[in-house]
Design a protein around this ligand. Structure first.
Ligand code: GLU
Length: 516
């Protein structure tokens, strides 16, 4: 029987979540759900100097917004709790000790000043910042260079130390990446990474391996930027737990700048005017706020869909996928090796498509806060739902509903008179005066509104009677009703705002025209 699939998203809580990070979550989540497995959120907060308050809560909210709620996490717990590495501190030391005893790691007592001195001493123009590695370790103060009695004395005296991995000299380390295939490294290119810090906390390298083991992770998918660390992790697996227990790896390609040159950064978003984070992130130190896809007005369905398409497709032209469809169709083998260029126009296209698909009542709930914020009062929820249906084809992002629907709830405050005036003439004035009369008669007969089709037929007949082309009257009529050159069909607008309101709006514009 195959082992139950268990994957993890293991972020360090250092700030807002970049869309590349959310795509990593998504690919983990899709893989887990496709295989009926578990998706775990583990917070990798062992580097206390990089810890940012609020970042963990932000990550959890982002996952919830996207509909990728973890099966195990610091919030819901689970059989392998705790899920925050800082709370697992006691777990790691024994593995560091085990590595030292087996000769794969060593105590290093060097002070920061001594390391600095080593760098200055060994630096060359080709190697300006020499690493602590096989070439220099014998010249440093560690348990490989000092004799056993000296080491024992230093430890006894409580001298601060770190534990470093002893990288083998000139060996090939290789593994099969689920996206890239066979990947290999020469160990001489990798430094003797610190595994345990002076404060007793593990570094990421030790913690990630120990926790993937203890949490029975079967597949580890992470960003391509972690590929250079892979040889350290592979060796730790080999030394501590055996390669047969190691999860299968996949290093996901980068999301690139729109021009394809380099990794998409927060700064690119600021420069080019689009979000790069999932949700708004406000840095607690600098107080700087970075805009998110959520607040920009993206639907989570669209956000998830567009992320999936950054580097993956199902082998057909299909682009619109729900989460269920992604789960059913996803396969890591179809993830491209190369980076995926981010295209904001395309991202907006996904959102527009999802808005069209979305149930109007659900969309109404999402739009309501934007209308409230703009001070637009909605008295009847069913009316809002109807309006949403009429205008949603014209909206790309949620805030677009404010301009596209405000005139259904209140008369426009600004009328684009300048677009009516040049072609305004006596005959048109006569036509609209008559139209007002007709509407007023209908109201007197007790009619509040009429179907759009009837309104249209009556309007056209009246135009012909006045010797005017209906087409020449449509633009002024639209501007009277909505304030500008936009909106759905004019007769649908009249049907919904009803005769009295329509009449008032015509009268208002007529008075503006005559006073001008
Ligand atoms: N803690 C690492 C990060 O911040 C996780 C990398 C991994 O998934 O192994 O991205």
């Amino acid at each position: 029987m195959n082992k139950r699939v268990r994957v993890r998203f293991a972020p360090s809580p250092t700030g807002g979540l970049h869309l590349g990070g959310v795509r990593t979550v998504l690919f983990n989540y899709l893989f887990a759900k496709k295989h009926g497995g578990d998706f775990i959120l583990r917070i990798e907060d062992t580097d206390q100097t990089r810890f940012v308050p609020g970042a963990e809560e932000y990550i959890i909210q982002t996952l919830n917004w996207c509909g990728m709620t973890p099966d195990e996490s610091p919030v819901v717990g689970g059989p392998y709790a705790p899920y925050r590495q800082s709370e697992r501190k006691e777990n790691y030391k024994q593995y560091a000790t085990q590595l030292i005893e087996a000769g794969h790691a060593y105590y290093a007592f060097d002070t920061p000043a001594e390391i600095e001195e080593m760098r200055n001493h060994f630096k060359t123009p080709e190697n300006p910042s020499p690493q602590y590695n096989h070439a220099v370790r014998a010249k440093m103060r560690n348990s490989l260079s000092l004799d056993a009695a000296e080491v024992a004395a230093l430890l006894e005296a409580g001298t601060p130390y770190v534990v470093r991995i002893k990288m083998p000299d000139n060996e090939e380390v290789s593994f099969t990446d689920m996206i890239r295939g066979e990947v290999s490294f020469n160990t001489s290119q990798v430094d003797d990474k610190v595994l345990l810090k002076a404060d007793g906390m593990p570094t990421y390298h030790l913690a990630v391996v120990v926790d993937d083991y203890l949490m029975k992770i079967t597949h580890a998918f992470r960003g391509e930027e972690w590929l250079p660390s892979a040889p350290v992790h592979i060796l730790l697996w080999q030394y501590l737990f055996g390669l047969d227990k190691m999860p299968k790896w996949a290093h996901l390609p980068l999301i690139l700048k729109p021009d394809g040159h380099g990794k998409l950064s927060k700064r690119d978003g600021e420069r080019l005017g689009f979000p790069v984070f999932a949700m708004d992130w406000s840095d607690p130190t600098t107080k700087e706020t970075t805009i998110g896809f959520k607040e920009k007005g993206f639907l989570p369905e669209a956000f998830v869909n567009l992320l999936a398409m950054l580097g993956w497709n199902d082998g057909t032209d299909k682009e619109i996928f729900s989460m269920e469809e992604l789960i059913a169709n996803f396969s890591l083998e179809r993830v491209h090796k190369g980076g995926a260029k981010f295209d904001y126009e395309k991202a907006k296209w996904f959102n527009a498509e999802w808005m069209k698909k979305m149930d109007n009542a659900h969309l109404a709930e999402l739009v309501k806060p934007y209308l409230d914020k703009a001070g637009i009062e909605v008295h009847e929820a069913p009316y809002l739902v109807k309006v949403i249906g009429l205008v949603k084809e014209r909206c790309v992002l949620l805030p677009d509903f404010v301009t596209q629907s405000a005139f259904f709830f209140q008369a426009p405050s600004v009328i684009d008179i300048a677009s009516i005036q040049p072609k305004w003439e006596e005959k048109k004035q006569g036509f609209f005066n008559e139209l007002v009369k007709i509407y007023s008669n209908k109201i007197a007969q007790g009619l509040k509104t009429m179907p759009a089709e009837t309104l249209e037929t009556d309007f056209k007949e009246l135009a012909t009677a006045h010797g005017l082309k209906p087409g020449d009257l449509m633009l002024p009529f639209r501007i009277m009703l909505v304030g500008g050159k936009f909106g759905p069909g004019v007769f649908e607008i009249v049907e919904n705002i009803e005769l009295q309101d329509a009449m008032n709006r015509i009268n208002h514009t007529l008075s503006l025209l005559s006073s001008n």
